[in-house]
Design a protein around this ligand. Structure first.
Ligand SMILES: [Zn+2]
Length: 360
């Protein structure tokens, strides 16, 4: 028979301390108010020691079912009774099953993360990119877009915008399932174009000026649509932002990528696609051009046009880190000049002129 020990008890809802009698019985801890106005019954599975028992202070306990409640008993015999009934209460450190389980989980998680960072990220970024919710990708893409055009106006001449829509439709019409792309021209002198998460594509005015035909622009656009279709922008984000992105993915916030977008270095890193990605986008772009009945050699013609400048200016300031530097030349791109020439243009001359002048 368990002894009955004097103690004090608070239910945690009010500051009132009650004189109680505590008993460690076979079926749990019984707490009876000395005045008879309440009694509590805590199952041992729910009971927690606030601190390990000491001889100089009362032993304090609580229950998971009433985490604010406190029972204090100043009796070594009570502690001995309790130890007999519920030895797990007195395990310390690693001997506690819950702590052991938590530590094991933390170690497992750290190993998984380490493995991911060490070698898994490049392999995982592609499947992960397909898990990112569309709305979230949209939001990230919009943030990037505003950073990339950094205050430059979005060109919106009506006939130029219509011509751009004709070009985009011509390329994407055949896609099944349809691909959501949102193409804008930014009023910037850079000879460049970008694909961003969420189907956003930015073409800089400088690229329109540099291009020798609407087909060359279409070829660049088709290539960028290839990046969108393969979700390369998100893959790069996941690859570069690493753990932060993983956390974002599960919290749904996207703040790591947002932060990256805030730093020019991070942004450039994000747009620095691998050669394999460039190859994929090239192949996709050529297919789109071919399906639309357009010359698949247009991309190579555009690159040939850029090449002398690329050599003169290197990757540096002269061409403003342009298309050549963010799209390192692939041999097959230059060789591709021999590809199918259909003699058809994506835009008629009037529309091409309108597109060239979209920035007014
Ligand atoms: Zn590219």
């Amino acid at each position: 028979m368990a002894g009955a020990y004097d103690g004090s008890y608070s239910d945690g809802r009010t500051a009132a301390m009650h004189e109680v009698v505590a008993q460690a019985r076979g079926d749990g801890l019984h707490i009876n108010s000395k005045t008879g106005d309440f009694e509590e019954h805590w199952r041992y599975g729910d009971v927690r020691a606030i601190d390990p028992p000491r001889s100089d202070i009362p032993f304090r306990l609580t229950s998971q079912t009433m985490p604010d409640a406190r029972l204090s008993v100043n009796s070594a015999e009570f502690v001995a009774d309790l130890r007999h009934q519920a030895p797990q209460l007195f395990l310390t450190g690693l001997a506690q099953p819950t702590l052991r389980r938590n530590i094991a989980l933390i170690i497992l998680a750290l190993c998984a993360l380490g493995l991911l960072l060490w070698q898994g990220m490049p392999h995982l970024s592609a499947p992960l990119a397909h898990l990112v919710p569309a709305q979230w990708a949209q939001n990230i893409g919009e943030t990037y877009r505003s950073r990339i055009i950094s205050g430059a106006p979005v060109c919106n001449d009506a006939s130029g915008t219509a011509a751009l829509a004709v070009m985009t439709r011509r390329l994407t019409n055949s896609l099944s399932p349809p691909l959501n792309v949102d193409v804008i021209v930014a009023d910037k002198a850079q000879v460049n174009a970008f694909a961003l998460p969420g189907g956003h594509i930015v073409i800089m005015r400088g690229l329109l000026e540099k291009a020798g035909s609407s087909d060359e622009v279409a070829a660049i656009l088709a290539h960028e649509i290839g990046h969108v279709s393969h979700r390369h922008p998100l893959q790069m984000g996941i690859h570069v932002a690493g753990i932060g992105m993983m956390v974002d993915l599960f919290t749904g916030e996207g703040s790591s990528l947002m932060e990256m977008a805030g730093e020019v270095g991070g942004l450039l890193l994000l747009l620095n696609y691998s050669r394999d990605m460039e190859r994929e986008a090239d192949a996709y772009g050529r297919k789109l051009m071919g399906t639309a009945g357009l010359s698949t050699g247009a991309m190579a013609r555009f690159f040939a046009r850029l090449k002398p400048e690329g050599k003169k200016g290197g990757n540096g300031a002269e061409n403003g880190g342009g298309y050549f530097s963010s799209h390192p030349p692939l041999e097959e791109r230059i060789d591709a000049a021999t590809k199918l020439e259909t003699g058809q243009s994506v835009l008629n001359n009037a529309d091409w002129m309108a597109l060239k002048n979209i920035c007014g």
